[in-house]
Design a protein around this ligand. Structure first.
Ligand code: AMP
Length: 396
């Protein structure tokens, strides 16, 4: 079992702290934050540090500006919201690659805090550049990572910076600590343990499926992923999205599930469309087989009932990925129904992944889940047993 130091292990009085956070918030076309959940979630860690020192450097990425300065990805809106929430002036540091941060840190007043501009404006962030990392580290005594969503990335602010500090001066923030606690609890989850997977690709989730087969009792598969499994079983799937080149993986998953006595449940009916467009006519195909001219876009009503019955009987649930093309109203019913059903039960329930979390939020049932993972990709990597570079570097 790996061991990490946590925020409470450190005496930060008068010291300088680099806080890697996840301020990757959604913005509308006029640059307004449409959901500040991630900023609110970071507050306990920020406030804990601020109780001991004001020499704090907050750092995050936002979107994918790909190493170039793009105004629409500026952290300015985050600085404004943070200033309101913290009741202090937030100084946004531009030119992070050139600015001598140690000098700026020395001048931070009592009612101020530093926020570095979007780290992904600089190529050195994603390439984990040594020079960029050293620049970020100037004048820093302690490093805290509280950005679970990016902890699987080998970037400068995730790996390059902490790697250059002594091991007793780097650790986890409150959010990451909680994520790890929940995900390890999940692996010891009470039976029946049901894993619900959806989304686009089998290939993206094969690692996690194979590892979860060691812990779970039932695997429910919906979304586009389901059509590769159905096709493998000989079911007609029309022109549904299928990964024909991944049939060996599907076979491997079926074999492993059988070996471990894990049941795999697939859709038994579908909401289909003739074309992959939002305004196409949605047609319920109330059998397993889909006619040639159609493609599966969402799970059908019989499948919702089938999956719901299994959810009702489960004591532990992990859900990642939508049951259909959730972005389009006509094909969002399956995903919303699953969100509603899991929320209504009293299982230990963990949800991760942008679309499934969005469904939960849209229904306003976040509080009914035991945990909403802040990092869909990172939680899958963790559950598949992969090494997460941002965690590895913090091991003591
Ligand atoms: P992922 O990021 O792997 O969780 O995949 C999410 C994407 O899968 C969403 O954009 C959905 O629109 C898409 N998706 C879900 N079900 C289907 C389907 N039946 N056909 C095509 N795309 C789907």
């Amino acid at each position: 079992m790996q061991k990490y130091q946590n925020l409470k292990d450190f005496d930060l009085k008068g010291r300088s702290v680099f806080l890697r956070l996840d301020f990757n918030v959604p913005l509308n076309t006029s640059g307004k934050i449409t959901d500040d959940t991630r900023i609110l979630a970071a507050l306990p860690t920020i406030e804990h540090v601020l109780e001991q020192t004001n020499r704090v450097c907050l750092a995050s990425h936002l979107g994918r500006p790909k190493g170039r300065r793009k105004e629409e990805f500026s952290l300015k809106p985050v600085a404004i919201r943070l200033a309101e929430l913290l009741g202090r002036e937030v100084l946004l540091v531009d030119d992070v690659d050139k600015e001598p941060i140690d000098q700026v840190l020395k001048q931070v007043g009592h009612n101020q805090i530093l926020l570095l501009e979007n780290l992904r404006f600089y190529e050195g962030e994603s390439s984990n550049d040594a020079f960029f990392s050293e620049n970020l580290l100037k004048g820093i005594d302690f490093y805290i990572n509280d950005a679970f969503g990016t902890i699987h990335r080998e970037h400068a602010s995730i790996v390059g910076v902490p790697k250059r500090l002594p091991s007793d001066r780097r650790g986890l923030g409150f959010l990451v600590e909680k994520e790890l606690k929940v995900l390890s609890e999940l692996q010891r989850g009470e039976a029946p343990f049901t894993v619900i997977l959806g989304g686009a690709k089998v290939s993206d989730k094969v690692g996690v499926v194979l590892n979860l087969l060691n812990y779970c009792n039932h695997l429910i598969i919906g979304g586009a992923m389901a059509y590769s499994f159905l096709k493998y079983k000989g079911v007609s799937v029309g022109h549904s999205f299928v990964e024909d080149d991944k049939m060996d993986l599907v076979k491997f998953i079926f074999k492993n599930a059988e070996k471990r006595n894990v049941t795999i449940t697939l859709p038994v009916d579908h909401v289909c469309s003739e074309s992959f467009t939002e305004d196409s006519d949605a047609k319920v195909v109330n059998i397993e087989n889909i006619p040639d001219s159609y493609q599966g876009m969402d799970i059908g009503p019989k499948t919702i009932k089938l999956f719901s019955n299994m959810i009702e009987k489960s004591k532990t649930i992990f859900w990642n990925g939508p049951m259909g093309v959730f972005e389009w109203q006509a094909y969002s019913k399956g995903t919303m129904a699953i969100a509603e059903k899991v929320a209504a039960g009293d299982s230990f329930s963990v949800v991760g992944g942008g679309d499934s979390v969005a469904a939960v939020k849209k229904l306003g049932v976040e509080k009914e889940f035991s945990h909403i993972s802040t990092g869909g990709g990172a939680s899958l990597k963790y559950l598949e047993g992969s090494i997460l570079p941002g965690l590895k570097v913090l091991e003591v």
